[in-house]
Structures are given as C-alpha cells and as structure tokens.
Design a protein around this ligand. Structure first.
Ligand code: 5GP
Ligand code: MG
Length: 189
C-alpha cells in the first residue's frame, strides 16, 4: 500500500512546483530588496497546510527574513469550510510597523485570509502581502484586501477540485506527498 495509489490525477509534479516556487521567491526578493536590510519582512506560514511551501519558499529568498507561524482553523475532517475560521495559535513575533508576507497553501472561499489579514492589521503591520501556493478564484465568497503596499503572489490557479499533497491534507493524511493531486473518488467514502 502506498499513498500514490490513492491519487487519481497529478496536477503539479515536484519539478513544476520547484520551478514555480523559485520564481515566486525571486519576485519577493526583488520586491523587498530595498526594505529587507533595515526591516526584514516577517514571513508568516499558515499551518498546517503551508508548512512545506513555506520551507521551500524561504530557502529561495535571498534576503534576511523573519519566520513565524499562525494557525487558523475552519475545517473539520471534511472538505468544506465552515466559513468562520478562528485563530487557534497566534504569532510569537511582534508585527507592529513591520512588513508581513502571509504564506497560504490555498485560497478557497477567502474567509481564512480575510480573518488573518484583519488580525495582522489590528496588530499594526505596516503592510500585509499574501503568497498563496494555489488559488481557486471560482470558489471565492469574500474578497480579501491587502494592507498598505502589500502585494499578492500566487503559485498556480487551481481548478475546482479538492486537492491534496505538498502540505495539503484530507483528514490529516497526504500532506507529505511531494506533488499536488486529486484523490480517487472512493477515498472520500
Ligand atoms: P478558505 O477559508 O479560503 O475557504 O479556505 C482556506 C483553507 O481551506 C486553505 O488554507 C486550506 O487549508 C483549505 N482548503 C481549501 N481548499 C482545499 C483543497 O482543495 N484541499 C485541501 N487539502 N485544503 C483546502
Ligand atoms: Mg490553510
């Protein structure tokens, strides 16, 4: 029995992911090069889903950065957001007057990002950017607004499938797949 057997389709393989992550890191390195030395951006990974993306991304950013994590929970064991994410594990570092880059695995309805951006704004971040590995624009219920000079970076636009791998789970499994794929229908039973 291997995890790979449960996957019906691979949407992005390891090489495609690595190439895109490098491109995103280069964009970020360019955009923050003037401010990073005096005020390193705080790269905030939204756990658990963004853990692999964040570690790959920061290793390709050629500037000083500060790394922290935040946890927002909106999903039970199923595949539908309950629409009211709560912050169950907050930041360690103080973001007051700092540039924050929120790193997300996937933007779906937009509820999680809206909640997190509002939280960072309240804590006084001078800008909030978002770097999402995947974005499902067709599923959006609420539009998020970046803070200050914040920018939006996105790895790939994702079709409206429930995807797993590269940090993303189904019932806490499949996060360690090195690629992104769609499960065989029988796996949801
Ligand atoms: P939103 O609040 O935008 O609806 O949902 C964001 C969160 O839902 C993501 O950070 C991710 O954890 C989860 N999510 C949304 N779509 C998918 C998906 O296709 N697969 C997995 N594994 N998680 C998803
Ligand atoms: Mg997430």
């Amino acid at each position: 029995m291997t995890l790979d057997n449960d996957i019906e389709t691979i949407l992005w393989n390891e090489d495609q992911i690595a190439n895109r992550v490098s491109e995103l890191a280069n964009q970020i390195s360019g955009d923050f090069k003037d401010t990073a030395t005096s005020s390193p951006p705080i790269v905030v990974g939204v756990i658990t889903g963004a853990f692999l993306f964040l570690t790959d991304l920061v290793r390709k950013i050629k500037l000083p950065v500060i790394v922290d994590f935040i946890r927002a929970e909106s999903y039970g064991a199923g595949t539908e957001s309950n629409g009211a994410p709560k912050i169950s594990c907050d930041l360690k570092v103080d973001v007051m007057g700092k540039h924050v880059i929120l790193v997300e695995d996937i933007v779906d309805t937009g509820n999680t990002l809206c909640r997190l951006i509002a939280h960072l704004k309240l804590k006084g971040a001078s800008s909030v950017s978002v770097c999402a590995f995947l974005d499902k624009p067709t599923r959006r219920e609420v539009n998020f607004e970046l803070v200050g000079e914040g920018k939006y970076y996105c790895g790939f636009q994702c079709p409206d499938y429930f995807v797993v791998g590269y940090g993303m789970d189904f019932a806490e499994t499949y996060r360690n797949l090195p690629y992104v794929g769609v499960l065989k229908p029988e796996m949801y039973k």
